[in-house]
Design a protein around this ligand. Sequence first.
Ligand code: FHN
Length: 461
Amino acid sequence: MDRKHYAIAVGLMVLVGGAAFGGQESRKDFSNEARAERDARMGWWRDARFGMFIHWGIYSVPAGVYDGVPQQSVSEWIMNTAAIPVAEYELYAQQFNPVQFDADEWVTIAKDAGMKYIVITSKHHDGFSMWDSAVTDYDIVDATHFKRDVLAELKKACDKQGIRLCFYHSIMDWHHPDAQGLFYPNYNDSGRSSPNFARYRDTYLRPQVRELVEKYDPAVMWFDGEWIGDWTEEDGKNLYNELRAMKPSLIINNRIGKGRAGMQGMNKGPGYVGDFGTPEQEIPPTGLPGVDWESCMTMNRSWGYKACDNAWKSSLQLVRNLVDIASKGGNFLLNVGPTPQGRIPRPSVERLRDMGEWLKVNGQAVYGTSASPFDPVEWGRFTSKPAEGLIYVHVFDWPKDGKLTIQQLKQKPLKAYLLADPAKSELTVRTSEETGTTISLPEKAPDPISSVIVLQLEKPL
Ligand code: FHN
């Protein structure tokens, strides 16, 4: 079927579906799934703990500078922050020609970093589609000289390397005239109502998302831009059920609905749609038992490529963020913003390499772990594998006197050893009701960033 007829078919399918979507016809409510089913569906995601976020689009061309003026905001917002009219912004598509893009290279960088999944922007708020969409020609194949479907190439590379491909998709759309385009350049993100938003929702947004699920079989759909006034919790619930009906194992974040309470990312209360909370640029102060969540963060300050942004977090900070997040039972989605030439910036690659080196030795204390059984301590964090009676002690600040005391551990471990020690030589351990458990350590820490001590308890936690 050629593109034109496919688009008509998709449109008709959704218009028919639209009656169901917008009408009263009931669709299976997947948000009522049994706990065991949910645990099975979320299992790989919870075990993964660490993923790569990729913000890539035609906003990488200006790279945070408009009319010679560096923008203060994140670079992927330049259409909004510089109030660039739609027709002018579209010209960036003609300049976007990332001939150095190599999907295998990107996936290898993620895999070597110890990342288990990739979430890439299929469409950000600017409305530009990074795949060969039958629903629009405002996409990477039809509107650029590059003419390659980067999502298809990434899907192939991910399948080859055993990495799960996922998509970030923006509900808000500054390009589509029925969404917010009418208000440019006076758009504000509180989202004045667009009179024909339902038409955008039913003949553009939903067909594109269905197309992504059908063509690329993503493991997660990561929605964003849900805060606009035109989008409702009911829209989110309908879209969630529509997509889960297509792919029951699909995982979808809480930004598909209206539950998210700002940048802290968790839901305002029970009953909102979505499978996990999405703290942004922050880590919750404590674990949240029974709640799935993922902190997304940049390595510098911008999600999209911003040439002048060199405020890079250190590898030490990034590893400790991963440990802190895992100790609270969350996932870490760490962002890269590729250049308009199609390369992941060198500072990002260097930090990811360092994280991969650390995880090669200590990954067992992150992947498949659960939250700490103890409150955080100044000198480090804890992760655990309760069913195996394992506690992983992540030591950031190695004790100068060689004695590490865990006051909260009153049960004497059967065994304690350094995860970095291939011989698993036993460490001396003393436990008392008064002081808890004290472990005698060698003078030198195995790792300057974070060293892991394994505690094998007699019985499951
Ligand atoms: O507006 C977006 C922003 O550009 C970026 O995509 C982040 C990453 O999650 N989400 C929104 C801001 O909350």
